[in-house]
Design a protein around this ligand. Sequence first.
Ligand code: GLC
Length: 742
Amino acid sequence: MAKQFIEDLVREMTLEEKLGQMTQLTPEFLGFDPSRDLTGPMNELNIRQEWLDKIGSTLNAFGARKLKELQDKNLRESRLGIPLLFMADVIYGFRTVFPIPLAMGCSFDPANYEKATEVLARESAAAGIHLTFAPMTDLVRDPRWGRVMESPGEDAYLNSEMTRAAVHGFQGDDFREKGRIASCVKHFAAYGAPWGGRDYNTVDMSEGMLRDFYLPAYKAAVDAHVAMVMSSFNTVDRIPASANSWLLRKVLREDWGFTGPVISDFAAVSETIGHGVCADGEEAAKKCIEAGLDIEMTSTHYLHHVQKLIEEGRLDPGLIDEAVTRILELKDVLGLFENPYKDASEEDEKRLFLCEEHRRAAYEVAVECPVLLKNEGVLPLGHGKYVSGEDRGKGLKLGLAGPFAGSGDILGSWTVGGQVADNSFYSGLRVRLPEAEIVTAMTEELLPLQRGVKDVEDRVEEALEKLKDCNVILAAVGENSEDTGEAASKAYLRLSPNQEKLLFALRSLGKPVVMVIFSGRPLEIYPVLDCADAVLQAWYLGCESGLALADLLLGRKNPSGRLSMSFPYTVGQIPVHYNMYRTGRPIRNVADRYVSRYLDCPNDPLYCFGYGLSYSRFVYEDFRVEQLETPLCQEGPEGMSKVPFLRASVRVTNVSDMAGKEAVQLYIRDITAQVVRPVKELKGFQKIFLEPGESREVVFTLTREMLSYWAPSGGFLYEAGEFEIMIGRNSSEVETIRITAD
Ligand code: GLC
């Protein structure tokens, strides 16, 4: 029930003023130069001057002083003085830049994501932002899609836990509080599953696949009280999300109880015409409003056509009032009617941007995200003699080659302008090893494929000559961050030819080689895997990359990242992920012919979900599963399903001489169901720290709800019966206990 003053305000508003609130324009239309490139194509908007003092929100304009001026202009020129809502893409970086979300997913610790979004909220709130278009939580299974870097990964449960934490980090318990901003989960729904991994392409899947895998993380955001939802570009069952009333009204509002506003993605209302689902802007306006889309981002079909639709009785004006009420309620919950500037403060900008506390937080998260994929006796460098910092590398001749050796391209593609001191990989090593001789070679930066640059110059011979006497060689390779993120799909995932050539050449030197990969997606590294004795997947770690990587390689920090997205042997395997559906012809042994397999490649990925090495060694013992006596629940079957009824426990011991973190993972397998079920599903994870020799019992509980699936008749269904419960260090290395659950 809207507050009385909002009801009164809606009654007082003209239709054009209501439609203005339902329209979001880029800031230059409001007299403000955009702080960043547009994030989508600008269509011809034919905007009328008389609309400009009625617009309800803008995006990606930053700066306390400038936004205060913009708000003052709006309050001065608009008839009713409704405050503007300032929204922005504060995804994983503002001035302080954290690791990309795919990297944070690999930390297997939601606390890292919450720590990051708390900092981002403080910095962006000081810069005048009220709401962020984050977290993105599209489930991703196809590394050809450039936006996998924005997602926590390929698993519904992990993504849900990460998303819940991210929303809370942005919003706190009340985003009216200073230093908090409203959060908008995106892209609803299933934008991460485009055919061919090609951005903006068709998405199509069964409702069961959608409900069991692709929707849960958005629901986790709704359950965490996310303020807004963004509808995606793609189709869901052949209807674009922005015009899809099953998605926006049935699922989001009726099934999940979401009451906030829904905003389209960039010009997605216009794109319903491109999809061929709407004949023109008039039909686009009608279908999207009827579907429940409240705010039209960067197109103006609502302003152009709704008046006529209503006059001709082809659109219910009540839908307009519903939408405007939701928008005004969000502005009210943000406190904008009392304080239209919220936290905008030049003084706080100076105090908070890249402050020591924030950079420390960025470092602490950055060291938790890289994944050690291979280590054959090379890491930690010097076998730990640099850990204390007393040995400053005197006498060490360290080779550093490749386009990411000294690159500042360590922030990823969705940052607002993280200004970082030089914290490249080289500078981190230099700080930690001030007396080492660091020999660099072939360090020319790899420029974007987006701009047609396919490779770095071949200077391999020169590099070999320079590096041949080094004790150990670090190869810093990867992809330019502009070639990840939006509109950055790739059909080939290998490193560029000259980077591969460098790696093969380094192998010929007979020296220990450590490959460090800077990328926003799993790359196809199998062809060069044998060129390195150790491989660290570094992702893009943000503004503290250099020190974080140096500390991990030197053993000052122990790698604890675990893959949240599978690494394929080859792009030909895609989609390849850990929770594939079972088939009627599973491989029993490699000699089988008439089974579901390739002739030239394994079915399993090169590196599986949950995989990652440590400098420590953890032993799992005493794995047990027991059925709990579950008290009758007052809420009946619905409530019963939420009561823990299975308990799984395992003892984990650090049997090495180095303290470290382990992500203990719990998987289940439903043996028989009405529909095909995955070979396994993650239903629990705990990241624990163990000192050398320390041992701990790790306990998980399961509810019937966690073991349910979307039934053919609709609704989530739990069925008593046979299950396998698995615990282990990744999705492949598990111990299994079979139970009959009732
Ligand atoms: C872009 C992206 C979306 C972003 C929006 C506003 O096209 O798809 O993630 O939030 O436009 O910049």
